[in-house]
Design a protein around this ligand. Sequence first.
Ligand code: FO1
Length: 331
Amino acid sequence: MISPAAEDHIIALAGGVGGAKLADGLSHLLGDRLTVVVNTGDDFEHLGFHISPDLDTVTYTLGGVANSQQGWGLEGETWGFMEQLARLGGPAWFKLGDRDLATHAYRTNRFREGATLTDVTAELSAALGVASRLLPMSDDPVRTVIHSGGRSIAFQEYFVRLACGVPVDRIEFAGTATARLNPAIGTLPDPAAVIICPSNPYLSIDPILAVPGARGWLKGLGVPIVVVSPIVGGAAIKGPAAKIMQELDAPVSALGVAAHYRGLADGIVIDSRDEALAEEIAALGIAVHVVPTVMRSKADRVDLADGCLAFARGLTRTLRANPLGLRPNRL
Ligand code: FO1
């Protein structure tokens, strides 16, 4: 049984709400043996604050303080700041809760003191009791830009202000030409596997993979890379993933997700409702694991995390048993 020994490390890639839930399940099982590399393409400057929504969503979720029904922001929020801002005629379209505001003020102030996004993320996650390590994909600015009908739209304008209401022609990750992969990645313990959480492949995972060196780093680890499909039964659990896949002419299914990650993923975890797609996915050279993947409770998050780790362990055995050590989908 070549299972990752008790001290083995796991690396996860995550973006917003869906990804954060699986990261939470993994963190519950692994604690400080988990590193989550988080998307920063949603970051923006707003009201003088540097806001990092996906880092905050992952930090709050793993810290057990996330607003469970929104997915973003804090539980038990008050909105005095937003009410007064609206009264003043300020930009009230992006909702900043009174407690959430402290995070943005803290981060912005620490930047002014010369801290990096990695430094601030470590300070915030320590303050909120997060045992796992959270790393921004880069400390350099990368911004997801939505191109629609000849217009370039900043991510939060698209996602929140326009409520994803315009068709996506192209997604650009501005800044990736010069952004450096977070140097802290070089200091991580060798992982037993990489788990790509069920975040939006186009908006939350692709920005991470677009950072120069990211794909090479992941493939060079020589361990199973397992992706969990965010598309279940032809629809997204939350957010615009299905709509975007349609607009980008990608099949809106777990098969479409597998094809998106072909050449990178060794295995994919799909929901029981998508069992019929398993054969076609396997034909892509990607191993398939079929389990319930919709996370409604903490127990669901832990169960799915456990299933992903067991699936990865199985793939480790297969990959090591393969004399050439080559992966069918990378030949
Ligand atoms: N998403 C919304 O749909 N509406 C909001 O008003 C909103 C505010 C907000 C404030 C802080 C934060 O960390 C996230 C926030 N989000 C909001 C989510 C944000 O748009 C993220 O980028 C998405 O979760 C996608 O990852």
